[in-house]
Design a protein around this ligand. Sequence first.
Ligand code: GSH
Length: 198
Amino acid sequence: MKLYWAPHTRAFTALWMLEETGLPYELVKIDWKAGALKTEAFRRVNPMMKIPAIEDGEAKVAETGAICAYLCERPGAAELAPPLGDPSRGRFWQWLFFGGNCIEPAVAQIFAKFELPSVSAAWGDSDRVFATLEAALVPGPWLLDDRFCAADVVIGNYLSLCVETFKILPPRPVFAAYIERCKARPAYQRALAIEEGG
Ligand SMILES: N[C@@H](CCC(=O)N[C@@H](CS)C(=O)NCC(=O)O)C(=O)O
């Protein structure tokens, strides 16, 4: 398995996820400013020319949520998703998709300050997105209560970026405590060490 990655990018989520799975992988560092994403070889991995992306034998997967979902199906990583038939699998998929479908556009809206009627914007508006997440995290400790899952990797890293890196959200104790729990995970710490070694 190869992970196409660069430090200080969205690829951190996939790196943390791989560390959670314990699967062996090769890190392929991408110098995207030097055009490494625009090569024919990389376009075959991700036609969007973005990282993260993974290659696993014949399989090629891009998009952070899809990578995390794919990895849950690899032998040995199944505990990062509720099993087939478990009712909590519904919420698992919901939160896994929530990152790209709702948090990403909400963040873009905060940065670009554009207005859309919340009834027609797929994410409603940024207040609704983060209030919904806050309410979901109140029971805790994880999105699926006691079960840590791949959706926590996706949502945890988005929240860490929004709260700590971009500082675009007012402080919320529920988010701060959740981010601390995420960061305390040994897999997060291993991914961070790789990231900082850059
Ligand atoms: N929708 C993608 C977004 C990935 C993305 O935007 N990656 C950025 C790095 S944070 C990138 O590759 N930028 C380089 C470029 O577009 O040239 C995902 O969720 O994985």
